[in-house]
Write a protein that binds this ligand. Sequence first.
Ligand code: ATP
Ligand code: MG
Length: 472
Amino acid sequence: MTRTEILGRESSRLRKLGHKGCAYIGKVVSYPAGRYEEVGEMFMDIVFPHCILVLGKRGSGKSYTLGVIAEEFGFLQSKYRDRISVIMVDTMSVFHSLKKENNITEEIRKLPTFANLQARGFPDYSRIFMPKSTIEKVREMGRDIAFDNILQLSIKDIEIYDWLSLFNLTPTEPAGVLIARAIDKLRSEKSVFGFQDIFEEIKIQFGDEYLKEGVINLFRMVENIGIFGEVGTPMEEIVRGGQLSILDMGYIGHVSGFDIRNLVVGIISRKLLLERTLHTTVEMQAEASLTPSAGKNIMRKTLPMVYMMLDEAHLFIPRDRKTLSSTPLIDWINLGRHSGLSLLMATQSPSSIDPHVLGQSDLVIAHNISSADDIEALNRIQQTYMKGSRDLRTLVSSMDYLPGLAVIFDDRTRKVEMCRIRPRCSLHLGMDASAIPLSERMGLRSTHEVGVSTRKKRPASEIIKDLQRISD
Ligand SMILES: Nc1ncnc2c1ncn2[C@@H]1O[C@H](COP(=O)(O)OP(=O)(O)OP(=O)(O)O)[C@@H](O)[C@H]1O
Ligand SMILES: [Mg+2]
């Protein structure tokens, strides 16, 4: 094996930096004479901004690949790692296990053949942020749950148009007018406010009593979801250099029928876009010696570059409708290169996601794909990417169905490469549900129950009390 491929890094950077600040993602694969062969090592740039899309059918390895890349941020030299904040939007609660070392015998056996890696967890690097409602629900079931921090957003960060789209209202219908008036007044008069203030404000507004009651009920339903409060989890806790913040949205995705996940991602992306844009402006002024150089270092310390990972990305930026996160995410895609905001998205089919994502992704990692539509969609980007003239259909049909095998399209180097993504060092929990226990199915190294350990496991009640104290 002799080749070293570095994806996502154009030749001028490659000459200067080599594979410094790159993720090791697996083996370069080739099919000389139609036979699978591993012919080199595959790296991928993760220290400059990117828009990366991971595609593939159910069970083809998308979440697993996101986990591999998340681990690689954890492996970066600390001087680079500390300047990047990684946010994992965890819709299925499958990334908690990044804290725990891999215990699947087959995968651990293969790890050393991939750059001599060993099984390990990332307990200090990863922090789990969980909504109060999830913790309370689990406790009601008499079970315990591990987490590091509460995920809560401030009500004040919800704009009038967010409320209206959340409730599916227009600004001209009576309920829309009532909400716009009440929220506008609270936003201009109070620095913080809670649901109780909203109820009281609605009651004193001019309008039909039944309408007011109905609108209050809508707000009550959102209150019950338990992710919004007077104060939010400080942004500096979530966006921290050298930290992987796992935002658990497994349970809130299913309560009350509101698109809360999109609202949360929309608010976080919007805030970060504003802050990072300002930050970049100040930083560039300092670099051009327009401001005192001390300012440059203070800013760098407080606002790292951000990589946001979105598994099941079609939930957030689908093709057929606008969600509360669509516009902020498209802004990230369009403006992120300058502001240091990157997206890493995974979805089953390129036709389920906003076409802008496929068109603007500079790296596309395609696992097992077979539908004619999906191959056609990829063929279209291939025509703009590819130096050679290999037909994608031939390429895909010659590939074995091996776990982690992918075709990667790289816009920066204009190449299409095949890669066998490496096994995970930490545990992957996204496998199929089955009546056969995990230990029997996977041949675990030890038979103890798979769980998650956290650095400082504080009781949920204590953390909730802390948060309530801040809001009082
Ligand atoms: N690189 C890899 N090395 C070894 N095994 C892998 C690799 N990638 C995937 N697998 C295996 O494939 C299984 C399914 O992978 P994963 O959970 O990532 O699928 P998925 O594409 O996210 O599916 P879904 O669309 O249902 O979410 C994993 O549990 C793992 O056993
Ligand atoms: Mg998955």
